[in-house]
Design a binder for this molecule. Sequence first.
Ligand code: SF4
Length: 359
Amino acid sequence: MSLEEKLIHNRFVFSRKPVMIYWEMTQACDLACKHCRAEAIPDRHPLELTTDEGKKLLSQLREFGDPSPHLVMTGGDALKRPDLFELIEYGVSIGLKISVAPSATNHLTPDVIKRFKDLGVLSLSLSLDGSTKEKHDEFRGVDGVYDMTIRAAEEIKKAGIPLQVNTLVSKETYDDIPAIFEVVKDFAVVRWSLFFLIQVGRGKVLNQITPEEAENLLIWLYEKSKEVKFAIATTEAPHYRRVAFERMIKSGMSIEEILKTPIGRGFGIRDGNGVMFISHIGDIYPSGFLPITAGNVRKDHPVEVYRNSKIFRRLRDYNELKGKCGRCEYRAICGGARSRAFAATGDPFESDPLCEYEP
Ligand code: SF4
C-alpha cells in the first residue's frame, strides 16, 4: 500500500470508529498530581455514570463493530469505583478490548493486579514523572508513590500483563527525561508513552517546553527507540511522526516498511480522529485535553456523536487546519495537537505552537 492509499484508508477507518476510547470513570483519586487533567478530588462526583449507565455505555461502544476499539478505563483512579471489576467483566464479555490506567496507590494490590489478569484486561499503565523517589513523589503530591509504582510494576510483570509507562514532558521534567528512560528500561514495559503537556486542568500551573526543546527531544526519542525492544510513543505530540518519518526515509526504509512500524500504524491519529474521550459524567469530547463537548451519553449515542457531530467531523478534515499546520505537507500523518492549539488560541484548528517545523 502506498502512503497515499494508507492515508485515504485511515481517513475512512477513523471516520467510522476511533482506535482509542478513554473513559474517565471517576475523578476521585488519592493522589494530587501537579498536572492532573481531571483535577482529581478525593471523593466520587455524585453525578458520575452509574453502574447501569456504565454497562449501557459499554454496549453502545461495542456497536462501533469489529474489531473493537481499544477502551482505556481511566480516572482519577478507576479503582475508586467499587463496580470497576463488574464493568470490566461485562465489557470483556461483550467483546471489548479493555485496558486500565490505575493510580499507584494502596488500592493497587497484588490481588487486584491478579484480578485484572483473570478478567482479561489487555494492559495496565502506570505513570512515572521523576527518575527518583524525591522527584516523582514531589510531582505526584504524595510521599511513597514512587515505591508503590516500582512495586506495582513488578507485580504487573509477575502477573504477565503488558505494562505501559506514561511520562509527562514539561519544563519541570525535561532535564530528567534521560534518567527516567533509564528507570523505564528496567520496568519490562511494552510501551513508553510521553505526554507533552497541554495546559488544561491542573496542568495550567506547569510550564511548556520550547519548540526547539520539543524537536530535540523527539529526535532523541527516535534514536532511543532504535536501541530498545519496547515501543516509544508520544501523546499530544503528533509531530513525532514527522521526525520519525523523515529519518526512516533517510535511512532507506520503504514506505511499506514504515507503515508496518508502530509509528506508521498511527499515522493520522489525533484528537477526534481515531480518539474519543468520555468524562465521568458522560460528556463526550474529541480527547481528554480538548474541552469542546460534542454530546452526553445520557442522551446521545456515542457512535452517532463520533461519526456525525460537527466538531468530530471538522477535526477529521485536515483541510480545516489553519496556519502552518494547514499548509504542511505532513498534515495528513501529523496534523498537530488540536488540544494545544485550542489551549493556546481558543481555536482547535490553529497551528500547534509546540512544532518547530516550517512547511
Ligand atoms: S506544522 Fe503542524 S502538521 Fe506540520 S509537522 Fe508541525 S504540527 Fe505537524
